[in-house]
Ligand binder design. Structure first.
Ligand code: NAD
Length: 243
């Protein structure tokens, strides 16, 4: 039986590329998203062409009971989830003094509690099978912090701390937990930047350009493969040399 990879935020720029790349690598795909119907339709069209088995789930990662149902269904349908990619995330640019209680609660619920929820649902069967890979998409801002993105940066740092701790706890069960910390990647998440802002930001990056979602999917592909079986508790920064 083929292995199944569950990807959250699969309708988005990075998530859809990850789903497609893992499908091309031979995984069955459980694609979880919350919004962007066009994005998920486009992914479905591309998944159809790969010929893999796939299922689409509309679910909010911050809602534990919904996520529990998604994993129960994916376990029935695919026979288990071998690779979990926690990619769903939201960003916000605001001065620290303007951030509301609601902003704080929503960003932490999606970016951090969402990762916790999906891991709690995925891990018991991985422990039973003594095998599994968890790949958490953090951010370079979780490593070095970004001005006007304090809560976003904090949630992404939390994902790194959580992943390192979980990696050590699950290592005896042959489950690897790693993070990817992307730099500036050309997706809708950066649509708030003007072309001029993007160009000036790109000039600060040693490689002189934004990364592509496919380049992040390539790192996920490595961490999902047996080539990374001895790699755990790591953060791979894919940022063109910026930080
Ligand atoms: P995107 O906005 O294109 O996609 C975000 C995805 O997350 C969408 O599929 C959306 O449906 C999903 N999502 C949002 N809230 C959700 C929720 N409550 N439940 C389930 N799914 C939800 O953004 P992207 O650039 O593809 O970002 C993907 C990940 O990469 C995010 O975690 C983001 O923080 C991280 N990241 C992005 C960049 C970048 O420059 N684009 C840089 C570093 C890290």
């Amino acid at each position: 039986m083929k292995k199944c990879a569950l990807i959250t935020g699969a309708s988005g720029g990075i998530g859809s590329e990850i789903a497609l790349r893992l499908a091309k690598d031979g995984f069955d795909i459980a694609a979880c998203y919350n919004s962007d119907e066009n994005g998920i339709k486009e992914l479905e069209k591309n998944l159809l062409q790969t010929g893999v088995r796939y299922k689409i789930y509309k679910a909010d990662v911050s809602d534990f009971n919904t996520i529990k149902d998604v994993f129960a269904d994916a376990t029935d349908f695919f026979g288990g989830v071998s690779v979990l990619v926690n990619n769903a995330g939201i960003a916000q640019q605001k001065l620290f003094t303007d951030i509301t209680q609601e902003d704080f609660d929503r960003i932490t619920a999606v970016n951090f509690k969402g990762v916790f929820n999906c891991c709690q649902c995925a891990v018991p069967s991985m422990i039973n099978k003594k095998s599994g890979k968890i790949i958490n998409i953090s951010s370079m801002w979780g490593v070095c912090g970004a001005s006007c993105e304090t809560v976003y940066s904090a949630t992404k740092a939390a994902v790194i701390g959580f992943s390192k701790a979980l990696a050590r706890e699950l290592a005896p069960s042959n489950i690897q937990v790693n993070c990817i910390a992307p730099g500036a990647i050309d997706t809708k998440m950066n649509d708030n930047l003007s072309e001029e802002d993007k160009e000036s930001f790109a000039r600060e990056i040693p490689m002189g350009r934004f990364g592509t979602a496919a380049e992040i999917a390539g790192v996920v592909s490595f961490l999902a493969s047996s080539d990374s079986d001895y790699v755990t508790a790591q953060v791979i920064i894919a940022d063109g040399g910026l930080i």
